[in-house]
Design a protein around this ligand. Structure first.
Ligand code: SF4
Ligand code: SF4
Length: 131
């Protein structure tokens, strides 16, 4: 199913921002700098990474995101590590499963979620260290 970049971003924003732990009751992003959210700051790369994969294995999408998005992100160190990811401050990584859900809706694909499992108690972004 073909989607424009704008359509993809709208679908993902609707799905992810509505469950994001840094989004207050006002409905706006709770970050001091909403543009700093890596998921949407790098969204064209996120969409391109997904379009570059043709697989039902979610690990292929994770690998594509690491290679095409994280590699261009200022938060990733030269050795491939990322403190934002490590400390659960990145919405792209923290909400990977719902991001995949949203992209599945957009592309009509099915992924094997058994390969990924959310941490016990779910995910909560650590806002204070993000902005
Ligand atoms: S941090 Fe990102 S995912 Fe969370 S509400 Fe803000 S823009 Fe949306
Ligand atoms: S996991 Fe780290 S390197 Fe990858 S997009 Fe998020 S902040 Fe950037």
């Amino acid at each position: 199913m073909y989607r424009t970049l704008e359509e993809l971003e709208t679908i993902v924003r609707d799905r992810i921002c509505s469950i994001c732990s840094v989004r207050p009751e006002t409905g706006e992003c709770g970050r001091d700098e909403p543009g700093g959210c890596a998921l949407f700051r790098l969204f064209p790369r996120v969409a391109a990474a997904v379009h570059s994969v043709d697989s039902d294995d979610i690990r292929d999408y994770v690998l594509a995101l690491r290679r095409q998005v994280c590699s261009a992100c200022e938060s990733q160190a030269r050795d491939g590590t990322c403190e934002e990811r490590k400390q659960v401050r990145c919405a792209l990584d923290a909400y990977l499963i719902p991001v995949v859900d949203a992209l599945e809706e957009a592309t009509g694909k099915r992924f094997d979620r058994k390969l990924l499992a959310p941490p016990p108690g779910g995910v909560k972004l650590r806002l204070q260290a993000v902005c």
